[in-house]
Design a protein around this ligand. Structure first.
Ligand code: 3IO
Length: 337
């Protein structure tokens, strides 16, 4: 009798121990730099939900939006050093640090974030960029094609002359070629700069008109499709290698799907933000004529050649990379835009 009671107590303890060891066996922190409502954080919450669901509760992801764990510019270093297990970084915030994937920042005229995100995903699979050697890439994506959000109307490149506009990476070079005065900073610093009048607008994807309420400060939008901003979600390598293989598999299988989901979400959200800007803030949306577009392309096209020279100097097969990116662009654009 005593033995039976003892046995049942012991086996209950064992069962509880196993259950608690299973539930939340792996807990990971995920750092992000912009506020929670922005698309990089929406994709983070989507990924968290999918991973938790697909691992049956074996994994718990704790998310830290708004730069509460790591900021925009120290994301890669912070994840490499283990201050966060996972982090979302925007490559153009560290010009020169990503000589291969910076091809995505060029004025290649992607027409959607979905297409650009899938092209970037293919790019990192095929070329395994060295800049990410110290981390594991979980997924990649881009924002939707960038346009101008300004305090004053921009109807031709001449209107940009001397205008202080916020951008980052190649987007700043593009603004420079068009005669504007680029001010480089991460998106997370832009709301304050706009509020204080330090800048007269920005070059980025339009969903921030809604998510960061830039419609309040920028009554003018000029659709120009100048470039996209590429992002990468990276994980500390040691933490990755210590994950159970079933969890690694879930994350691996989610990588491309997540890139596509995020791109499609970003594109949808731009449409919603434009509708909001027009109806709630009476924002004027202007589109350059074909003639203006050709003049602009001519001014900024040399950036592609300059990227090639820099990439070649670093020993990269620049020509082949560009050809591949253009082929993926065409392939994925043919599925939608
Ligand atoms: C972006 C970055 C953070 C939050 C929302 C965003 N929408 C577009 C971007 C692209 C970007 O990184 C930038 O700096 O324009």
């Amino acid at each position: 009798m005593r033995h039976r009671i003892l046995f049942s107590i012991l086996s209950t303890c064992l069962a509880l121990l196993l259950a608690s060891a299973h539930a939340g066996a792996v807990t990971l922190s995920y750092a992000n730099f912009p506020p929670p409502d922005t698309f990089p954080c929406v994709q983070m919450e989507h990924w968290k939900k999918e991973v938790e669901k697909r691992t049956d509760g074996e994994v718990t992801i704790n998310t830290f939006p708004g730069g509460t764990l790591l900021g925009a510019k120290n994301m890669l270093r912070g994840v490499t050093q283990g201050q966060a297990d996972i982090g979302n970084l925007c490559m153009p915030y560290q010009p020169g640090a990503f000589p291969l994937t910076s091809v995505m920042e060029l004025p290649l005229r992607f027409r959607s974030a979905r297409t650009a995100s899938l092209a970037l995903w293919e790019l990192v699979q095929k070329y395994q960029p060295q800049a990410f050697d110290q981390v594991k890439i979980l997924t990649v994506f881009t924002c939707s094609p960038s346009n101008l959000m300004t305090r004053a109307p921009v109807k031709s490149p001449e209107d940009l002359k001397g205008m202080e506009l916020r951008a980052s990476g190649s987007a700043s070079d593009i603004l420079d070629r068009l005669g504007a005065t680029p001010v480089s900073m991460p998106m997370s610093e832009t709301p304050e700069a706009l509020q204080k009048g330090m800048i007269q607008g920005l070059l980025s994807s339009l969903e921030v008109m809604l998510d960061l309420n830039f419609a309040q400060y920028c009554p003018y939008v000029t659709q120009a499709n100048l470039q996209v901003y590429p992002f990468a979600v990276v994980m500390n390598k040691d933490k990755w290698q210590k994950l159970p293989s079933d969890v690694q598999e879930v994350m691996q299988n989610l990588s491309r799907e997540q890139a596509e989901w995020t791109g499609a979400y970003a594109d949808r959200h731009v449409d919603k933000a434009l509708e909001y800007s027009r109806t709630e803030h009476d924002v004027s949306v202007f589109k350059f004529s074909d003639k203006e577009r050709r003049r602009i392309q001519k001014k900024i096209r040399p950036l592609i050649g300059e990227w090639k020279d820099q990439a070649r100097e670093k020993g990269l097969p620049a020509e082949r990379i560009l050809e591949d990116v253009r082929a993926w662009q065409e392939e994925y654009a043919s599925q939608g835009k």
